[in-house]
Design a protein around this ligand. Structure first.
Ligand SMILES: [Zn+2]
Length: 224
């Protein structure tokens, strides 16, 4: 492993990929409110894409996730992993390359296309037929309530593929350990609370809900 969980969490903080609620100042409007129509607010924020923007860190993220998932899957006899899929190319491609080298079996990868906004997410593959009778590993940068992983799982299964029993993610911010009977493997696990905006305690505590990647959010973070 390149880093322990504590060291990954610390690096995320240093890179502003991980932020926490500051009382009376700011908390976070999540950009992925899933199927909810109301905006979701949270006491924590994690942006795995910041890691993936650095080729060196992206490689290390994939190395550590591959190591964790192989040690988990070897306990039940490692099946062939034919495809690695997800939305983030640096994550998907690096994990597939690692698996090809470490298992001495060719592991292919493909990226899903995402359209629409976070409330009306449309995810698709150019040629989902490739998954028929193949074992497919699905990964993502952040796990919140499973919106993206759920959609990807449905596409693979609908096209006759088998979704492997682990989901590697950089940050699992749900607090839980499983999703749809499969295990979530993460570098960093957080138990942050989230609320619909109308019932959000930090809002009632004079804290502003910010989107850290928006211009306004960046400005507020700099000033605080
Ligand atoms: Zn709020």
């Amino acid at each position: 492993m390149h880093r322990t969980e504590g060291e990954w969490r610390q690096l995320a903080g240093e890179m502003d990929a991980r932020l926490e609620y500051k009382e009376g100042q700011y908390h976070f409007a999540l950009t992925s409110p899933d199927e909810n129509l109301e905006e979701v607010h949270s006491e924590g924020y994690f942006d795995g894409k910041i890691f993936l923007n650095s080729p060196v860190i992206a490689g290390q993220v994939a190395d550590d996730l591959t190591e964790l998932l192989l040690s988990e899957m070897k306990q039940n006899g490692l099946p062939a992993i034919h495809w690695v899929v997800g939305l983030e190319k640096p994550l998907v491609e690096n994990i597939a390359t690692n698996l090809t080298v470490l298992t001495s079996r060719p592991c292919l990868w493909t990226i899903a296309k995402k359209e629409g906004d976070s409330r009306n997410k449309k995810i698709s593959f150019k040629d989902p037929e490739i998954f028929r009778d193949r074992n497919v590993l699905i990964c993502d940068d952040t796990f919140s309530s499973g919106g993206t992983l759920g959609i990807l799982t449905e596409i693979v299964e609908k096209n006759g593929g088998y979704v492997l029993p682990v989901y590697p993610v950089i940050c699992n911010r749900s607090g839980g350990k499983r999703f749809r009977g499969r295990q979530i493997i993460s570098l960093v696990r957080e138990c942050w609370s989230s609320w619909p905006a109308s019932k959000c305690p930090p809002c009632k505590n004079d804290s502003r809900a910010i989107r850290p990647r928006s211009e306004e959010g960046r400005k507020l973070l700099r000033e605080s």
